[in-house]
Write a protein that binds this ligand. Sequence first.
Ligand code: TYD
Ligand code: MG
Length: 438
Amino acid sequence: MKDKTIFTCEKCGSQSPRWAGQCSACGEWNSMMEEKVEQKVFGKKEKVIGTVGDVKSARELISTPLLRLKTKIDEADRVLGGGIVPGSLILLGGEPGIGKSTLTLQLASQFATEFGPVLLASGEESAEQIALRAGRIGHADGDLKIVGENILENLIAAAEIEKPKLLIVDSVQVFSSLELSSMPGSIPQIRIVTERLLRFAKSTKTPVILIGHVTKDGDLAGPRLLSHLVDVVLTLEGDANYDFRLLRSVKNRFGATSEVGVFEMKEAGLVEVKNPSAAFLEGRAENPVGSCVATTLEGTRPLLVEVQALTAPSVFGYPKRAASGFDLNRLQLIIAVLQKHARIKLDSSDVFVNVVGGFRLREPAADLAVALAIASSQKKIPLSTDLTAFGEIGLTGEIRSVSQIEKRKKESQKMGFEKIASGKEFRSVSEAIKKVFQ
Ligand code: TYD
Ligand code: MG
């Protein structure tokens, strides 16, 4: 045995035999950390002999469908592709304070009631704290066991004794292995914790949910390499100032990645939102100037959200543009198109855009609603209350077609929106503005 030193980038996980001030793979500065690797040295005559694994025919495998354990929290089951697959390692990422511990606590107690003991290992909060919270949000039932722990080896030992039907680890950043001297949360520690849990999951067929904190810019703190190791990556997102939370699947070896689950953070934990469109439109004023409803798609799910715009004369020479829940560059583009092709004068106006409910509109299909909201504010004329819009705006002022039009229409009508503005009704932004404001 001989020890070798390698350097691993804390940000992207790339490795190099030499230290460098800047990672050559991702460009991060001061991120290369020293790591010792054990090397097995085999003599010339020694041969490594493998053991035969479990070989099955494809037909046999297809005829035995994957077992999925339904958590009975529908919004989570859907995102998981129908339930938790035994032996899978699931990573749940999200910003601190967004509700990861709350969600997993609820999953844990629900799962315990359905399938038997669940072990929740927390290195972040004490067992008493968690039990208190579980009691408060009414989820202390079932066979829920809690251990306050942050040593990997102790956690595995506890899991081997308890033999839970589901293991939850909160969080990957605070657990560390006694085998390594590096700090908890460092790349080597994160890797060993994940690898051991993966081995535990596969060898015992126990599903494991591993929580991981994500930084503001959406990176899983530390390693992207984590997502390669695990079977499923879920993220819990939302604006900390609002109560809505979206559960997304970013990677799923056992299902689609286009599903989203919608929750609302309440006194009693996360509550499923069965009709998100209704929830996002709740409290909308009757005929507001500068407001337009957008029909957007989150994964495969159509959603109606309100876009608000405010235009006001600029106090300083340089007009201000600001957006919350919408991409600022995209907003600049829409403003330019409005000025050039729809004769909406905005060069001496500040423009503010806000998506209601802390929702983030990511698809270009939201362009038209943003354009109409701005036009409405500038003209001081409200849009029809039962109008909803979707369509991507091109640089020549055209409204481009978007995906899943039928789905969007159906959801719009279901929510009582009879008038639709899209690339089908209008060819260009100027035509849309002419017609909807007459
Ligand atoms: P938490 O699950 O601890 O977040 P994370 O594990 O992602 O860091 O949730 C933190 C926030 O949620 C906290 O600010 C309080 C709030 N919360 C509620 O509003 N209601 C509840 O029932 C619970 C448990 C938490
Ligand atoms: Mg937590």
